[in-house]
Design a protein around this ligand. Structure first.
Ligand code: SAH
Length: 251
């Protein structure tokens, strides 16, 4: 027999809410969130859940009234402040549904501060449903104990993006044609990783990116990766070399 019963789960349900949370606040959840707590988990009054709002951190809340359509909760206490997130943006060319959902989920888990869909010449998907993408980020954050969500920027054309690039932000351009290994190039400070579409960048795009003073062409090794794999590999390398992976002491 295991010493700790595996059911009920030790962790409380966790939800992201749009409302700014504070001491003694009462709030009402409706729609899918009420359905999840009231109908799926069948939580009743007195049950506790964790809430986070992407601004004030995480709070313990208690249900005071539960129905299938609406659940009323009262804040019990503050659990922890919003976590600091390294200053890394992920710029990616939209890819097929399913793959882009996976990419958003993983980028959120890895701690991207900002996600920027970039339209390039060979981008196949021309419309990005921001709401659906953001829902994937929320779900990943809820599951992985995150108190911070990445900001989702509106899709932008590559040339517009390069034209207004912030002076102090290094643009690590993942170039399948080769470059400096990212693990070596990554340095602390504001950074961004640019990943191309499945068809790669055109030669013109490649030279336009390279012409940007803040651009550092980087390699992710001798094997070509699919765009979603490249994004995750690059983020992991940056986090280890320039992010906060070294700041996690054993408890
Ligand atoms: N079809 C292209 C590959 C595109 S891969 C070709 O055959 O050349 C999609 C994107 O992932 C690329 O634009 C690049 O940003 C990134 N990528 C994939 N593998 C990479 C590698 N080994 N090094 C650097 N970037 C890579």
């Amino acid at each position: 027999m295991p010493a700790t019963p595996t059911w009920p789960p030790a962790s409380l349900p966790r939800l992201y809410v749009e409302e700014t949370l504070s001491e003694r606040l009462n709030l009402m959840l409706e729609g899918p969130q009420a359905n999840y707590l009231g109908a799926v988990l069948r939580l009743r009054s007195g049950a506790q859940v964790k809430l986070f709002d992407n601004r004030t951190g995480e709070w313990l809340a208690e249900i005071s009234d539960a129905g299938k359509k609406r659940v009323v909760l009262g804040i019990v206490r503050h659990l922890r402040p919003r976590e600091p997130v390294p200053d890394l943006w992920l710029l990616f060319a939209p890819i097929k549904r399913g793959r882009i959902d996976w990419l958003i989920e993983k980028a959120t888990e890895l701690g991207a501060a900002r996600l920027v869909p970039v339209i390039t010449r060979r981008t196949i998907v021309d419309r990005v449903k921001d709401e659906r993408l953001f829902a994937h980020a929320i779900e990943a954050a809820e599951q992985c104990d995150r108190t911070a969500l990445p900001e989702l920027a509106p899709a932008q054309k590559l040339d517009a993006l390069l034209g207004s690039w912030p002076a102090e932000r290094t643009l690590f351009f993942a170039d399948e044609a080769g470059g400096e290994p990212l693990a070596r190039a990554a340095a602390p400070g504001p950074g961004a990783i640019l990943i191309g579409p499945e068809g790669g960048f055109t030669d013109e795009e490649r030279s336009a990116i390279r012409a940007l003073p803040q651009a550092r062409p980087v390699s992710l090794g001798p094997r070509i990766l699919r765009a979603d794999t490249a994004a995750v590999a690059a983020m992991a390398l940056w986090m280890a070399a320039a992010g906060d992976w070294g700041r996690h002491a054993a408890r």
